[in-house]
Design a protein around this ligand. Structure first.
Ligand SMILES: [Zn+2]
Ligand SMILES: [Zn+2]
Length: 343
């Protein structure tokens, strides 16, 4: 039985174009106890491959975290399949606002130790003792409360292009770092303030809220469904939008525009810009913000060095890369001395 992709991303893109059918970008997660992760993984792959579902899915003993592209005509069948799995029945699906038929080009279902790389030792606290979930309307009220402290649980490159007004946005590279930083900054307010948190789709807050309660914070709130569902509720219910800029997303769209504010700058020239790119040099791939003019001037690269390498014939680039395994900066996410305008 075929349990892995047989098409390349390019072949898949062509197929999607030719089919001309609308696809939906969807995400969901669920903390649940899964014993046989490999079996579950294979089951999902077989069923979803059949439905022409694409995406990146992590399965672990602690649950599932999925980001998907589903053909609109297959959505009902997909939902029916989810409902047939006891712990996924009626699971909340976050549906992207800006649709893109090519948000994912492969179906990758991976077994991992955790569904989010959180760096936490779970045995030390009760992950089911979560914060209070609030929807968009209540969240809007809550964050105007003078006793509330609003914190963004995402990393620096995410909050840089968009965040809620007046939110604390830790300048961190990982979730683990942000947990510590926020705890230190707010140590005096464990009892008297309301800790209100949000992230992309809600999953990071599930762990973070339980962690902070364990650390002694008395009033902990979390935005249910994260920014993705907040934006949907704001649209559907005509609520005031308190989110500025773009919501960073982990598919090839990179960001979903929530308001027209552009709150960040091109990392190369400082012009207002909130478009993330990866450096075109295969050996670099640095994630950074680049305006259209710099894209042209720098030939899609992050530095003059990368521009030079990128201009070489592919075979020569390969020779240069040989033996320099660690040169790839894909996980450095926007931190590099060459970027003059990265704060
Ligand atoms: Zn620029
Ligand atoms: Zn580069």
């Amino acid at each position: 039985m075929q349990l892995y992709n047989t098409l390349s991303a390019k072949e898949r893109a062509t197929l999607i174009e030719e089919a001309g059918l609308e696809r939906l970008t969807i995400s969901f997660y669920k903390y649940a106890h899964i014993d046989n992760t490999s079996l579950f993984r294979n089951h999902l792959f077989i069923q979803w491959n059949e439905l022409d579902v694409l995406g990146r899915i992590y399965v672990a003993n602690e649950g599932i975290n999925a980001q998907l592209s589903v053909p609109a005509v297959k959505f009902e069948a997909f939902k029916k399949h989810l409902d047939s799995i006891s712990f996924l029945e009626n699971v909340r699906l976050n549906i992207a606002i800006e649709q893109d038929n090519k948000s994912f080009l492969k179906l990758k279902v991976k077994v991992r130790n955790k569904i989010v790389a959180d760096g936490l030792n779970d045995d030390t606290f009760d992950v089911t003792n979560k914060g209070i979930h609030v929807g968009a309307e209540q969240f809007n009220e809550l964050i105007e409360d003078p006793d509330a402290i609003l914190v963004d649980m995402r990393n620096h490159y995410e909050s840089e292009i968009g965040h809620f007004k007046n939110a604390i946005t830790p300048d961190v590279d990982t979730f683990r770092d942000s947990l510590d930083e926020i705890e230190n900054d707010l140590a005096e307010h464990k009892e008297d303030k309301k800790l209100v948190m949000y992230c992309t789709g809600g999953i990071r807050c599930e762990k973070a809220s339980a962690y902070y309660k364990h650390k002694g914070f008395k009033q902990v709130y979390q935005l249910e469904g994260g920014i993705i569902d907040y934006a949907r509720q704001v649209n559907d219910k005509g609520l005031e939008n308190k989110f500025l800029g773009k919501n960073f997303v982990f598919d090839h769209r990179r960001g979903e525009r929530i308001s027209n504010d552009v709150i960040s700058k091109c990392h190369q020239c400082g012009a207002p810009c909130d478009t993330h790119v990866n450096c075109a040099n295969e050996a670099c791939h640095l994630l950074f913000i680049q305006c259209e003019e710099c894209t042209r001037r720098m030939n899609e690269c992050c530095s003059d060095d990368c521009k030079e390498v990128h201009a070489l014939p592919f075979e020569e680039q390969k020779k240069l890369r040989k033996g320099k395994g660690a040169s790839n900066k894909i996980f450095k996410k926007g931190r590099s001395e060459v970027l003059k305008f990265k704060k």
